[in-house]
Ligand binder design. Structure first.
Ligand SMILES: *Cc1c(COP(=O)(O)O)cnc(C)c1O
Length: 372
């Protein structure tokens, strides 16, 4: 994780707003914030060289509250719009909100204000004032300066020109606001894919907001990131089945010859998605074996017939991540399930117990999970 944060920071040449929304994409918000050098009440500031985190990014006030209640002293930026009714709580939690409506900005200021960031929509059509409508807010912005101004890319991982278009729209909006904006306003645009797409000049603006890259999704081949998440489960049953027998609900897989089937204690209630039925792979004793039949709530079956050297009850199967020399990357597993790596990771928040490993103690694997 630290490796990935440093790699993203070096590519961007900018400090990070480390996105830890959605329980740090399912990886676990507090351990991630600690791993990234977050400072907590009652503990010494981190002296070890680590990533330069300007702020942690969340999407809801509940997420911010979790950080504050744990004693987190870092800046917190909430990038999803809040409604006015949330403002008192945002202030109490010392959260920097993303605002995009004149009315909101004035209300925020009337309540006492505090640092806030101005959200500009340049093509996502989700949140933020449309880039070509910012002029109407010039007076309000002149009176209530934002600390930052930002936009969000919809397809920075594609080389289809959309990022450049969004960037030029953002520049156009900033130019339109310039007479009102202070020179010191912090501009930020790049998510992980944006950062990955940059050359030696790094990212535009003052800050970048990586999320998925921190958690090891490579986004593009241009940037080498470490696998962070390893999902492991033990083999709890081994059996031989005759040709013609089926495996699991719906009998979606049938043995064409006598097969050896291993059952691992991991299912969709742990976030190992049902979409991986007959599609996923596991690493057992350093070799890849296929998932056969439907993934069930608590158990998943593997065809271990061809495993050289065999396997035993209690052996550990790796269903995401690294075992020995082989890695089932988050991106690969997600693509087998026909889902995005974002969905795969955020889904791992379910029943799985988590164990966190230090990078030093376990090469590039600070996070691992295993059902014993
Ligand atoms: C989630 C999010 C990010 C992080 O995006 P990744 O693709 O995970 O790097 C950055 N900015 C905003 C506004 C977001 O909502």
């Amino acid at each position: 994780m630290q490796h990935n944060a440093m790699a993203l920071q070096e590519r961007a040449r900018r400090p990070l707003v480390a996105m830890v929304k959605a329980d740090a994409y399912g990886v676990g918000m507090l351990p991630v914030v600690r791993a990234l050098g977050g400072t907590f009440k009652g503990t010494d500031a981190v002296v070890a060289p680590g990533p330069d985190v300007w702020a942690f990014g969340v999407a809801t006030l509940d997420e911010a509250a979790t950080l504050r209640h744990a004693g987190c002293l870092n800046r917190i930026l909430c990038t999803a719009p809040l409604t006015m009714r949330d403002f008192p709580e945002a202030r109490a939690l010392d959260v920097r909100p993303a605002l995009h409506r004149g009315e909101d900005i004035m209300t925020w200021a009337a309540l006492g204000g505090g640092a806030w960031h101005f959200a500009i929509d340049t093509g996502m059509s989700r949140a933020g004032v449309p880039w070509n409508e910012v002029k109407a807010l010039r007076t309000v912005l002149g009176e209530h300066q934002p600390e930052g101004i930002f936009t969000h890319f919809h397809s920075a991982e594609r080389e289809d020109g959309s990022r450049a278009l969004q960037e030029s729209r953002f520049d156009e909006a900033v130019r339109a606001l310039r007479p009102a904006l202070h020179q010191t306003v912090l501009q930020h645009l790049d998510n992980s894919a944006g950062i990955a797409s940059r050359d030696a000049h790094g990212s535009p603006g003052a800050l970048v907001r990586p999320g998925i890259g921190l958690y090891g999704s490579t986004v593009t081949e241009a940037l080498t990131l470490a696998q962070v998440v390893h999902v492991r489960a033990r083999i709890i049953d081994l059996r031989e089945i005759a040709a013609g027998e089926s495996v699991s609900y719906g009998a979606t897989w049938r043995a064409d010859t006598p097969r050896r089937i291993a059952t691992v204690a991991l299912g969709y209630a742990d976030g190992y998605r049902r979409a991986l039925s007959n599609r996923g792979w596991a690493i057992v004793r350093g070799q890849r074996v296929p998932v056969v039949g439907n993934v069930t709530m608590d158990m998943t079956m593997l065809d271990v017939t061809t495993l050289s050297g065999g396997c035993s009850l209690g052996d550990i199967a790796t269903l995401v991540g690294t075992d020995g020399d082989d890695t089932l990357s988050t991106d690969d597993v997600a693509s087998w399930a026909e889902m995005s790596p974002y969905e795969l990771l955020t889904g791992l928040r379910l029943r799985l117990p988590r164990r966190y490993f230090d990078q030093a103690g376990d090469d590039d694997s600070p996070w691992s999970t295993e059902r014993a």
